[in-house]
Design a protein around this ligand. Structure first.
Ligand SMILES: Nc1ncnc2c1ncn2[C@@H]1O[C@H](COP(=O)(O)OP(=O)(O)OP(=O)(O)O)[C@@H](O)[C@H]1O
Ligand SMILES: [Mg+2]
Length: 510
């Protein structure tokens, strides 16, 4: 039975400075359905949703809510009509605490109304704690947003969106930074919302998620509407073909590289309390995966190795030499690159051009005499853009105008240009579409074939099992297990990832 759609978008057109990014796009959503919006990086998904939210205005086209035409000039208007959105690129106000962020724009006041009323912080924290308790999330309502990890910020945004009683909730890659346990929490909430008639527009590059949660799927390709169908009429291969326009075989192509001598030896590395006495070796030509749950200390470990944390302790040998890494410059000199998880805070300068972002850490190497040759720089950048398939109208454009996945490609291009020997990747395929993911796996394969070594953190178990030669599993700052490729299994990884046995004696030494 088809009822009146809760939402219809018709003939939506949008160009950004003469580049057409949406071409007569349509979308029709029923009440109480989870509707997935799929497409490659840059297909126009976020832009379409930003038009619905009033963040951008369409050049032409109409939006109908319950059959009545609406216009949203800004997100506030959209929210007043019951439409809320979890944004792909989170922009929390970093100086706010968690509860202030959850209640942003609808603060709980005490005292009389008007100018005499003041924000009731205590009550807001109390209400936030109740929301977290109800779903089993362990974050302090009084913690500052700036102190949260990407995963925690994402959880806060999720709770914020579902606590506003919206009729349509847009989730733009809500799970890009969280792991299975939190995904379960989210899906449980989505099912409850669906039962109560709320419509969810769900954007994700994770196929398993789509098929486990979506009722129907709309596909966009290069700003064009391709199809809209019940999820039950589709499968992974069909969906990939609709998105990419061709078939993709082998999602995890594995290049066989020769594994040689130890290039990096990590001894007793600690960055208390997040990282505790970590020991491991990385070999030439090896892809070493690091698996674990969110908060296991994986990012902190690689940050410590890269010189981000001054108070980290331990010794590090590179090619047999004892090296001291006190700051990131020391790491770069030792031919280590870190492709970070949080491209906003540490990976990219969003208001600088694509070109400048790509060359920034390599200028010394490219132009040792300190004189920048623009012609050579252009050449190098053009090559990188082609190699990594960055989709952009011009390399002079600001990075912030790129789609999420294309921003990630710029981060990778930037670090590989430094010609590192040891490449550390923290969730390298976060927000990247299936086709581009495969390109990144092929690229990792090429790197190790050329004798480089890769240390890769990934929360996607399928990915880490598909790509790595060996996997280290972390829990509570320690390495709790190590698996050779022949012994890989999801069960074993999960088993090690949930070994929480922080001893008492340990707390005392802190
Ligand atoms: N503010 C902007 N200025 C200029 N171009 C933009 C702007 N926002 C988006 N674009 C361009 O519009 C196109 C569609 O981008 P959009 O962010 O909608 O893609 P997406 O489907 O969400 O991709 P992803 O899966 O990578 O998030 C891209 O080519 C992008 O570079
Ligand atoms: Mg997007």
């Amino acid at each position: 039975m088809v009822s009146v759609p809760i939402l219809e978008m018709k003939n939506i057109n949008k160009s950004f400075s003469s580049v057409k990014v949406l071409n007569d796009v349509q979308l029709s959503i029923q009440p109480g359905e989870v509707h997935a919006l799929m497409g490659e990086n840059g297909a126009g998904k976020s832009t379409l949703m930003n038009i619905l939210m009033g963040v951008h205005s369409a050049d032409s086209g109409e939006i109908y809510l319950d059959g009545a035409k609406i216009v949203n000039s800004n997100p506030k208007e959209a929210m007043a009509k019951g439409i809320s959105m979890i944004h792909q690129e989170l922009n929390p106000v970093l100086d706010m605490d968690v509860s202030e962020n959850i209640f942003l724009g609808r603060e709980i006041k005490k005292g009389t109304s008007g100018i005499l009323s003041i924000v009731n912080k205590k009550q807001m924290r109390h209400e936030t704690q109740k929301l977290f308790d109800a779903v089993g999330i362990d974050i302090q309502p009084s913690a500052l947003m700036r102190d949260l990890s990407v995963a925690q910020s994402q959880l806060v945004e999720i709770i914020k969106a579902i606590s506003i009683s919206a009729r349509i909730i847009i989730m733009d890659e809500p799970t890009s930074a969280i792991t299975e346990k939190e995904v379960d929490i989210l899906f449980e909430q989505i099912r409850k919302l669906r039962e109560s008639g709320v419509a969810i527009i769900y954007i994700s590059h994770k196929m398993e998620e789509i098929f486990s949660i979506a009722d129907s799927i709309t596909v966009l390709r290069d700003g064009q509407f391709v199809s809209s169908d019940n999820a039950s009429n589709l499968n992974k291969d069909k969906l990939i073909k609709l998105m990419v326009g061709r078939e993709l075989t082998e999602i995890f192509p594995k290049t066989e590289a020769e594994i040689g001598e130890v290039v990096m030896e990590v001894n007793n590395y600690s960055f208390k309390p997040k990282v505790r006495n970590v020991n491991f070796n990385l070999r030439r030509g090896e892809i070493l995966g690091i698996a674990g749950l969110v908060g296991a200390g994986r990012s902190e470990l690689v940050e410590a190795l890269f010189g981000v944390h001054k108070s980290a302790e331990g010794s590090l040998f590179i090619n047999g030499q004892d090296v001291k890494i006190r700051q990131t410059g020391d790491a770069i000199k030792n031919k280590i690159a870190l492709i970070t998880e949080d491209r906003k805070q540490t990976g990219l300068n969003l208001i600088a051009s694509i070109e400048d972002n790509i060359t920034i850490v390599s200028l010394d190497k490219l132009f040792p005499r300190g004189v920048i040759n623009r012609h050579k720089e252009d050449e190098v950048v053009d090559k990188s853009i082609v190699k990594f398939g960055v989709k952009a109208a011009s390399k002079k454009n600001k990075v912030q105008s790129l789609s999420g996945g294309n921003q990630q490609k710029v981060v990778i291009a930037k670090w590989l240009l430094t010609d590192p020997q040891i490449i550390i990747m923290d969730e390298p395929t976060r927000g990247i579409d299936v086709g581009a993911k495969r390109d990144i796996y092929l690229l990792i394969g090429e790197l190790v074939k050329a004798g480089k070594s890769v240390l890769m953190i990934s929360s996607e178990i399928q990915e880490v099992m598909g790509v790595a030669d060996r996997i280290l599993v972390m829990a509570e700052g320690r390495i709790t297990g190590e698996l050779e490729r022949k012994d890989f299994s999801q069960e074993k990884i999960m088993h090690y990832a949930s070994q929480f046995n922080r001893g008492k004696e340990d707390e005392e030494t802190e």
